[in-house]
Design a protein around this ligand. Structure first.
Ligand code: TYD
Ligand code: MG
Length: 423
């Protein structure tokens, strides 16, 4: 790879505060960072960014093509422009006419919003100099390039160089810079992954573009907690925030069907109820399939073995499909118990109790292990009308169970299946 050294390394462009900054300072003497955050007014986005955008920061927003990155960015521009700020939208993917058309459809005030169809980073810099916008969107980073490098736009060297320059601009001009990056299912070539450590905040769109739901997750955040998610619905007029995601994730649930279990999961600072679906069926193949959507496939294989050996629920010679409804990806081990319950329910072809949620990690010995934030989870379950929960033993002593709600502590998966009527 060529990677010509970018011009000179002398200046980072970051204000250093003169000679004092090169000597060690007492932290107490460092001026406190004023985090006068810019609220976008899009509640779910303000949530994932940790309470609004921080001036002087650069954010990466990644996701598959067609998921809604450009739409969300235009909506952010729209809100800030409404607040009297100016925004520059650099489009390398769509023509300025296309952007106008879409902005009109989204109801963007076109007066203070500037659009630039430029792809050379110096042109972008010149425009920033001229306009001094509060917000800059680069859509996408794969289409901008620096003339100082010989490689093609979208190459690792180019995206890194351009991101570094944009980051310098953000820091010295106290602007918010959003950099849009495409990721494909299998990780893009020169994809946003290589930029993650260069930016302050990384947001990824999850879910599938054919679904209505769009989930934006903070994978990294220097200004807030990570793993916070924002839930949106794609509509005719752009992305609309979903204010009650649990209701949303459970809306298509058929509680009277076998293979459906509800987990009270935790995403960032809030608990969400999500349906885990399992289907276990005899296979036409020599090697049965284990397919998981929204759940780790290796963990699924492990759980299948655990319930076979520890609870006598066998899926041997059967295909097992797992689907997390709504396009959410369940990554916390607390979803294990719901997953094994869904599998067992499908194997037995018996529906689980409709008013029951499941919380707990499952270990190799078939034990149900403790997880955190039980109170949050049960409160959310109770709020949504659930009446019972199976939880790990030992988590109930220091918490208040919501009124009218029954939390049943279980020690093993076998015991959990018994409590859930699958015994
Ligand atoms: P887009 O934001 O262009 O995705 P990305 O920039 O991530 O590639 O839009 C995604 C899809 O959303 C596109 O197929 C059209 C659809 N869409 C709507 O349904 N409603 C809308 O208001 C807009 C702007 C787009
Ligand atoms: Mg786009």
């Amino acid at each position: 790879m060529e990677e010509r050294r970018p011009r000179a390394r002398r200046s980072t462009g970051v204000p250093t505060g003169g000679a004092a900054a090169v000597r060690p300072q007492r932290l107490a003497d460092v001026a406190a960072l004023r985090t006068g955050r810019m609220l976008t007014g899009i509640g779910e986005l303000d949530r994932v960014t940790g309470g609004g955008l921080v001036p002087g920061s650069i954010l990466l927003i990644g996701g598959e093509p067609g998921i809604g990155k450009s739409t969300l960015m235009l909506q952010v521009c729209s809100r800030l422009v409404q607040e009297g700020m100016s925004a520059l939208y650099v489009t390398g993917e769509e023509s300025v006419e296309q952007v106008r058309l879409r902005a009109e459809r989204l109801g963007v005030n076109l007066e203070r919003m500037f659009v630039l169809s430029a792809v050379e980073i110096d042109e972008v810099k010149a425009a920033i100099e001229e306009l001094s916008p509060a917000l800059v969107v680069i859509d996408s980073i794969q289409t901008v390039y620096s003339g100082a490098l010989a490689s093609a736009p979208g190459s690792v060297g180019q995206v890194r160089e351009c991101t570094a320059e944009l980051s310098r601009q953000a820091k010295c001009r106290r602007m918010v810079v959003f950099v849009v990056g495409h990721v494909t299912k299998y990780g893009a070539i020169a994809g946003p992954k290589t930029l993650e450590h260069m930016v302050d905040t990384v947001l990824y769109f999850e879910g599938e573009s054919f679904q209505q739901y769009r989930i934006v997750r903070a994978a990294k955040n220097r200004y807030g907690s990570t793993n916070e998610i924002g839930v949106f619905e794609m509509t005719e007029t752009g992305l609309v925030e979903v204010e009650n995601p649990s209701v949303f994730f459970l809306s298509d649930r058929r509680a009277d069907t076998s293979g459906s279990a509800v987990v009270a999961t935790v995403e960032g600072t809030r608990s969400l109820l999500v349906e885990v679906q399992a289907l276990v069926a005899s296979t036409p193949f020599a090697v049965p399939q284990r397919v998981a959507t929204g759940f780790d496939a290796r963990r699924l294989n492990m759980l299948i073995c655990v319930i076979e050996r520890r609870a006598g629920i066998s899926a041997a010679g059967k295909d097992v499909f797992i689907n997390v409804a709504g396009g959410l990806r369940l990554t916390e081990p607390a979803a294990d118990l719901a997953t094994v319950a869904a599998i067992a329910s499908s194997v037995r072809d018996l529906p689980l109790p409709a008013d029951m949620v499941f919380v707990g990690e499952v270990g190799l010995a078939g034990e149900v292990r403790r997880v955190g934030r039980i109170e949050n989870r049960l409160t959310e379950a109770s709020r949504l009308g659930f009446r019972r929960a199976l939880v790990p033993r030992g988590v109930l002593s220091r918490m208040r169970v919501p009124a009218g709600f029954e939390a049943v502590a279980v020690e093993t998966v076998a015991e959990a299946f018994g409590q859930a009527g699958l015994g």
